[in-house]
Design a protein around this ligand. Structure first.
Ligand code: FMN
Length: 215
C-alpha cells in the first residue's frame, strides 16, 4: 500500500552485548548503569518511556510519559489522575513501561504495580516545575475533548492572570504522581543477525531470578 519501501528499512545492531554474567544481580542497579550510559550517549529524552495500561474493558492503551525519579525499589512519573491513564490505573494497577534507546541499540521493559504518590510527595515535585508547566497543569483537563485550540490558549492566558509569575501556583487537586513497584525487568541489547541479547529479572519471594530469553 505504501510507496515507501518500509521493508527495506533495516539496520544491523552491532554496538554492545549483554550476558547473565555481566549484569548486576539487582535490576535497579542494572537500570542505573544503562540509564547513565543513555545520558552519556546523548540519547534525546532518555527518561521518556512508553507506559502501557489496561482499563476495566480489558483493552490496552499506551502513551509516552517522563520518568521523574527512581530509587532502590521504585520508578515514578507525574500526570493527571483524572486522565485516561489515571482512570485505567485506578481500575487495574498493573502497568508496563518501555524505554527505547536507539543510540545504544537497547530497550528496557519493566512491569509492575502503580500506586498514587501522596499529595505531599507530588507537591514537592509540582513546586519545582517551571512556572509555565504549573499553569499548563491547570489549563488541561487531560484526555477530555476540548472544543478548539483557541479555547485552550484563552484558558491558559486567563490562568496567567489568575496566578501571576512569582506568586504561589497551587497544585491542582487532580494532578499527581505514581510510584511503580516492579516485578519484572527485561534488558534487551540489539545484536547482529537478529540474535539479540535478552536478560530478564523476575521477582520470586523477594529474590530476582535472572534468565536469558531467546530473541
Ligand atoms: C516525550 C513525551 C513526554 C510526555 N510526558 C508526559 C508526562 O510526563 N506526563 C503526562 O501526563 N503526559 C506526558 N506526555 C503526554 C502523554 O503521552 C499523553 O498524551 C497524555 O498523558 C494523555 O494520555 P492519556 O489520555 O492516555 O491519559 C508526554 C508525551 C511525550 C511525547
Amino acid at each position: 500500500m505504501s510507496e515507501l519501501n518500509i521493508q527495506d528499512i533495516r539496520r544491523e545492531y552491532t554496538r554492545h552485548s549483554l550476558d547473565v554474567k555481566d549484569v548486576d544481580p539487582d535490576p535497579f542497579k542494572q537500570f542505573q548503569i544503562w540509564f547513565q550510559e543513555a545520558i552519556e550517549s546523548k540519547v534525546p529524552e532518555p527518561n521518556a518511556m512508553n507506559l502501557a495500561t489496561v482499563g476495566a474493558d480489558g483493552k490496552p492503551n499506551s502513551r509516552v510519559v517522563l520518568l521523574k525519579d527512581f530509587g532502590a525499589d521504585y520508578f515514578s512519573f507525574y500526570t493527571n489522575h483524572e486522565s485516561n491513564k489515571g482512570k485505567e490505573i485506578e481500575a487495574n494497577p498493573n502497568i508496563s513501561v518501555n524505554f527505547f534507546w536507539i543510540e545504544l541499540e537497547r530497550q528496557v521493559r519493566i512491569d509492575g504495580i502503580a500506586e498514587k504518590l501522596s499529595r505531599e510527595e507530588a507537591e514537592k515535585y509540582f513546586q519545582v516545575r517551571p512556572y509555565m508547566s504549573k499553569i499548563g497543569a491547570h489549563a488541561s483537563n487531560q484526555s477530555e475533548v476540548v472544543e478548539s485550540r483557541d479555547y485552550l490558549d484563552k484558558k491558559f492566558k486567563s490562568l496567567l492572570e489568575k496566578f501571576p509569575e512569582g506568586e504561589d501556583v497551587p497544585m491542582p487537586d487532580y494532578w499527581g504522581g505514581y510510584k511503580v513497584t516492579p516485578n519484572f525487568f527485561e534488558f534487551w541489547q540489539g545484536r547482529r543477525s537478529r540474535l539479540h541479547d535478552r536478560i530478564t529479572y523476575t521477582l520470586h519471594d523477594s529474590n530476582w531470578d535472572i534468565k536469558r530469553l531467546s530473541p
